[in-house]
Design a protein around this ligand. Sequence first.
Ligand code: CAA
Length: 262
Amino acid sequence: MDYKHLKFEKRNDGVMILKISRVEALNALNKSVLNELSYFFNSTMNDCSIRVVVLTGDGEKSFVAGADIKEMYNLNLSESVSFAKYGQKLLLSMYNYHAPIVAAVNGYALGGGFEMALCCDVIFASKNARFGFPEVTLGIIPGFGGTQVLRRLVGEKNAKYLILSGEIISAEDAYRMNILSKIYENQADLVAGAINYAEKIAKNSPKSVELAKRAINVSFDLSLERGLEYESSLFGVLFTTDDQKEGMRAFVEKRKAEFKGN
Ligand code: CAA
């Protein structure tokens, strides 16, 4: 794929920094950006050399300012349903990606951009970040999963508060709603903080990280009993790996473990 709107930095420790770059439109998701993201996440799914992804927006103003309104303007019924399903499929593939994705929200995360941040595993933001679902001000509703995912994260009342009003909130308010894990003073600190956090993940057993992410993801759909059953089966699977032997041997030998992902 000839990437026009994605910038990559793949480091030796397994940290992949991925930047969405369509600065002239505040990184809005047009078909081309969506195609590139879909291709990237599908073609690298289960690529063990990627242990964690840091996802951010290019420029100083925006993470992603939503789906491209100029491209959506003329869609008809079936085209708009297909468009929503395409975006949902991408975000689901990110949610189920083998490696954690850390969103470093460096400005606007609106509509589809907020939905994209929500499908990441951890969200950090800079002080100037802004979050919201302006869809109702455009005559539509969130279409890349916002109504379903936000409710699971912040509860019915807060989800309705945001989605029904279209209100755009500050990073501090998003933090208070439990959407964010950390706020940084500026963009440079944000990216450095997200990379620093990603480095911690990259040092861990990749299989442990992958299965822990999967166990938490499925917990939304399972009863506690079924979830516990699933957790114990994944716990058992990890005892068949070399990394479990290495991790526990390293503890006993008082040294740092070196995980190979096997
Ligand atoms: N789609 C297309 N173009 C966009 C865009 C979007 N979502 N957001 C910004 N742009 C473009 C603007 O049209 C403008 O382009 P031109 O210079 O060619 O006019 C450029 O980016 C810069 O934007 P502004 O001049 O508007 O910048 P600003 O600082 O004055 O305002 C903003 C920033 C408040 C984010 C404003 O751009 C804005 O409101 N953008 C739209 C946000 C939005 O409604 N997002 C939701 C989209 S719907 C959706 O995402 C549905 C879904 O669930 C999938």
